[in-house]
Design a protein around this ligand. Structure first.
Ligand code: ZN
Length: 328
């Protein structure tokens, strides 16, 4: 993929500054489990038009990949990341896990995506009955994806970098759908700790649905009767990360969580952000990730994602680690 010309990047940087003035903790990234990283790389970059912004390894298991995809800069709120779990069984969606993730696309772009997916032989459904058109599909590992036409949710995000024209391109990570067994408990957490607001509710026999939004993100909570717990594996969404504008903001959220009785991990340095993890009341793994330092901490914007970057603790074993990684 060609790097963007510098002038274009400067205008993207200015645009990005606008979105930093947020008042609630929107999504930072979502991480899922890939059964075939080459296939995942092709699907998210070539087909969906995201940029590979970091090529590194799983810090807990350096024999497997961890790839990050996002917009031209790897901005918080545009990122999806994948661990490779190649020798594992297929996951089973269920309660206590995110079951789908969504991206925002510009108004009018659904037809373009319908045609593109059709040409690629990807099965999808185009829903015109939703408030704005939504395309539902699955990635090659079976992860539920939605492309949602939306002006507001992605207005401050720069278009992704690819062959796809900006008027069609994915703008940002928009949200996720979570299967939970206690909708009110998860909603309380999103409202009280992250500053989200309830924007829609539906109740049908045996089925409940609640929508919550932050300035730039949306989460759907679903509860159905007799839905077994999720079984983690290939195609599972591993965790959902929320943004913290600063370390102080993250620390405040952690204090609020502990007051509510949640157990949180110590802060962990993930090189590109600093993270605290906890499980929400139904068991979905949540993370609070800082905006800083971002993906240019060890690569230039122009060359993001081109080199294999290892964290310091693995640098001395570079040759051995690279030899074990599956080819991309
Ligand atoms: Zn994460």
């Amino acid at each position: 993929m060609n790097p963007p010309p510098p002038i274009e990047l400067a205008s993207r940087l200015r645009l990005r500054h606008v979105s930093a003035m947020m008042t609630s903790a929107g999504l930072h990234h979502i991480t899922a489990l890939s059964g075939d990283m080459r296939r995942t790389l092709d699907f998210y970059t070539r087909l969906l038009g995201l940029r590979l912004v970091k090529r590194t390894v799983n810090y807990d298991d350096p024999s497997s990949w961890h790839l990050y995809f996002g917009d031209a800069l790897g901005s918080p709120g545009t990122l999806v990341t994948f661990f490779s779990w190649e020798d594992t069984r297929q996951g089973q969606p269920g309660t206590g896990e995110a079951v789908a993730l969504s991206f925002s696309i510009p108004p009018g772009a659904a037809e373009f995506w319908a045609e593109r997916l059709n040409d690629e032989g990807v099965t999808f459904a185009l829903d015109h009955t939703a408030p704005t058109p939504v395309i539902a599909l699955h990635d090659p590992d079976g992860i539920g994806l939605e492309l949602v036409e939306d002006q507001d949710m992605g207005a401050s995000h720069p278009p992704m970098l690819s062959d796809i024209a900006p008027e069609h391109a994915i703008m940002a990570l928009m949200g996720a759908t979570l299967l939970v067994d206690n909708i009110e408990a998860t909603a309380r957490l999103l409202i009280d700790v992250f500053g989200w607001r309830e924007t829609g509710r539906a109740e049908l026999p045996g089925f409940e649905r609640l929508r919550l939004e932050s300035d730039l993100s949306r989460i759907e909570l679903l509860r159905g009767e007799n839905i077994p717990p999720a079984r983690r594996g290939i195609g599972s969404i591993h965790h959902i990360a929320f943004r913290a504008e600063s370390d102080e903001a993250q620390a405040e959220m952690v204090v609020a969580l502990r007051k509510m009785g949640f157990e949180t991990t110590p802060m962990l340095d993930r090189t590109y952000f600093r993270s605290v993890y906890f499980r929400e009341p139904s068991g979905v793994l949540f993370e609070i990730a800082t905006d800083a330092p971002g993906f240019t901490v060890d690569e230039n914007i122009e060359t993001l994602g081109q080199k294999i970057i290892l964290p310091n603790q693995f640098e001395t074993r570079r040759k051995e680690i690279l030899a074990k990684l599956p080819e991309l």
